[in-house]
Design a binder for this molecule. Sequence first.
Ligand code: DCP
Length: 138
Amino acid sequence: MGNLLQPCLSHAPLHDNTLTPHGHRVGDDFRDGEDEKISLKDFSKKLQEFADAREWEKYHTPRNLLLAMVGEVGELSEIFQWKGEVENWEESEKEHLGEELSDVLLYLIRLADICGIDLTNAALNKIHKNAIKYPPPL
Ligand SMILES: Nc1ccn([C@H]2C[C@H](O)[C@@H](COP(=O)(O)OP(=O)(O)OP(=O)(O)O)O2)c(=O)n1
């Protein structure tokens, strides 16, 4: 997906000391534990800070984010392309799979946030609707 938002690709290291407009350190709290518990709202906040620090807000429009996410879905699909069903993923493949799934998730969370959607509520409501539409067999 490297080329889609080319003008904004001034990559900063993950653990940098840049201060966000909200006064947080950009590298703070991005990866601080093995079993971090983090809500979708917390993710949105981190992604907001990440974008703010790089002055990427202007590029993070709904359309751009949607296209970026679809591009990442394409990269995810490549992992499965031309293979049969994979029974056991090798560790290196799993790492790659995790990265591409994360790219899709992060763009999705950011897209929802920019569109003013509370994704936690929306997803819970959708599960509820699904359960009514598709009741389990008696
Ligand atoms: N304008 C941008 C550019 C990147 N990202 C973030 C969200 C994704 O998690 C990741 C995507 O980065 P790349 O575009 O570099 O894509 P890849 O990580 O897939 O790299 P490559 O395409 O080289 O495999 O970075 C972002 O939020 N906004």
